[in-house]
Design a protein around this ligand. Structure first.
Ligand code: ZN
Length: 242
């Protein structure tokens, strides 16, 4: 199967449309959470991903925040403003969709979470030590994560070898061997100083991972952010990818 793996859409419909177009045909789509938060198009993004056949979608921390399931004090000021805006603007259908999202899903050989396998919604995996501590928290060969908005591959070829961080080059097919924790990066708010929308293609038969990027019309999204009265910082960061 050819599977689209994507995460952290963050209510950015223009980036989402570009990713779906660039991904070509796929047999399934796995979305690793944070469909909403930050961006201007939460309902439109939910409506769009609901149309994707064989979609599996996880809940992210911003989805939980928009549902009012968490204390917003844990967010910085702008993220908090955006979470309040989401709560005011989500439709009944969108809320229902988000409320049903699981925080962990196993589709052998992959475990899907937003943050990390030991703390599915909240923990960031940003270094090899944190990744190493998480390999015992899932039983499958692979774990796919989002949350950090940084594409990454934490590789653990065997228990003795330890964990290494690799950044497989965009557009190249990377052969997976041993266990791995993989992050496709963010669709709607990349933070690796590459403003292009990020996603990955996972081939479940060949066990390959292909990181991809696609350009989209950032200015149109910025205009909608300003028009919606969302924090301008969320518009500025899209242009530089931080
Ligand atoms: Zn996110």
């Amino acid at each position: 199967m050819r599977i689209l793996v994507f995460s952290d859409i963050h209510a950015n419909l223009t980036a989402l449309e570009a990713v779906l177009e660039a991904a070509g045909t796929f047999d399934a789509a796995w979305c690793l959470g944070d469909v909403v938060g930050y961006g201007p198009d939460p309902n439109e993004c939910i409506e769009r991903i609901r149309q994707i056949p064989n979609l599996v979608c996880l809940v992210g921390n911003h989805d939980a925040a928009a549902l009012g399931q968490i204390n917003l004090e844990v967010f910085n000021k702008e993220a908090r403003q955006s979470a309040h805006w989401m709560r005011e603007h989500l439709t009944y259908d969108s809320i229902q969709f988000l409320e049903e999202l699981p925080n962990r899903k196993v589709i052998d050989p992959v475990t899907l979470v937003h943050g990390s396998p030991r703390n599915p919604v909240w923990e960031y995996i940003l270094d090899t030590n944190t990744a190493a501590a998480n390999f015992s928290a899932f039983d499958t060969q692979f774990c796919f994560i989002g949350h950090s908005h940084l594409p990454a591959a934490y590789l653990c070829p065997d228990a003795q070898a330890g964990v290494t961080l690799k950044m497989p080059p965009v557009g190249q097919v990377f052969q997976l061997e041993g266990r791995a924790i993989l992050n496709p990066g963010s669709v709607g708010q990349p933070r690796d100083h590459d403003p292009r929308a990020a996603f990955a293609i996972f081939h479940s038969d060949e066990l390959t991972w292909e990181p991809m990027r696609v350009e989209y019309d950032i200015h149109s999204v910025q205009e909608r952010i300003y028009k919606a009265g969302l924090p301008s910082r969320h518009a500025l960061r899209l242009l530089q990818g931080w």
